[in-house]
Ligand binder design. Sequence first.
Ligand SMILES: *Cc1c(COP(=O)(O)O)cnc(C)c1O
Length: 425
Amino acid sequence: MTRKQRIIQTAIKENVINNNLTAIGIMDFNRLDKTVADVYASFPENFTHTFAVKANALVEVLKSLRESGMGAEVASPGELLIALNAGYEVENIIFDSPAKTIDDLKTCIKNGISLNIDNLQELKRIDELMIQYPNTKSIIGFRVNPQIGSGKISSTSTATATSKFGYALNDGNNKQALIEIYKQRPWLKSIHTHTGSQGCELELMAQGVAVITELAEEINDVIGLQQIIRLDIGGGLPVNFASEEISPTFKLYADILQKVVPLLFTGKYQIKTEFGRAIAAKNGVIVTRVEYTKTSGNRHIATTHAGAQILTRTAFLPKSWPLRVTGYMPTGEERTSHISPLVATDVAGPCCFAGDLICKNENLPKLEQNDYVMVHDTGGYYFSNHFDYNSLPRVAVFSITGEDDDLTIKCIRQSDSLEQVLNKM
Ligand SMILES: *Cc1c(COP(=O)(O)O)cnc(C)c1O
């Protein structure tokens, strides 16, 4: 039996998915630990790894990542709060929002939270704050957009010529101006780029990293000493949503980086990564119950409780974010094509718009009422997003811990039933 079969059977046996709780998220903490171990094993010791909190903003998940040695990358007061609640020390947090207010900047600099500057107007604000807090422990760098082009998904491509992120390196005289900026500010000790995301080729990402590495070398040369000590190479390792295979691996990315930018591996610089999706996605699933089935125009429709409210990207952009599903019978046994004939199926969500589908026209073993549907690879940017969870009907999140033959399931985020909501009024 696969681990996922054991997980769903544990969830059924422990009655965590029932009439009131009809869609749940499950994070596999054991596999999460293994993923982080894999990250650390793939890169040398001068690499430190932070987790992009937006990918999975659950305190228990962040705690577990902290215990495995990761830092936290945050971009809003809410994410900072979540990271602090998970026990992160300020020196292991980096604040990366492109829209930092004066108060945000002041709080970071006063408290030693590192940050990356997005633009020249932000630099001006920081110049003033540095007069007030000259001894800050914040490590400050510029977010540079190397303008190397787009991957396959434009909404997650951060390094296009016109990207909203960072300082556009190739426009006009910008590069020379940036070298001057570093030269005049000994406290600029880091440089950052985030070149990848879902849909980007690893070579393209490595090329972006090469650009900022060369830039750091050039700046240090001009200054005549190693002022820049840290290269923050961002996250954005793509995830394979098409099968159980982990591809690309962290090791493959490390190998490509080593080939394209060998300097990263010499220990000359501290290298910081900010992986999000590649840490979280494959370690979480959504399990939802089939409330009803019917046939419309030759299409088998299975209506579940997981739709746009927890599968937002997929519901609105199904071509960019397709997800895999597996059906299980009420006993927890997989519904295979030996048991039920394959039929063209739409697996639908509970929201009141027609596009609210988990998948469309997929050939699946025919789902029946009261079956369960597992939606794979949803541990990042799906049920874990930090919307106010009371506005999300019936989504609780559970942790799975332990080895295959000894799984424990525990609730790490509650959800109210209708009855409980009424009783609260
Ligand atoms: C979103 C984000 C990440 C993580 O991106 P993934 O694609 O989830 O790996 C890292 N760094 C910054 C600055 C981000 O905004």
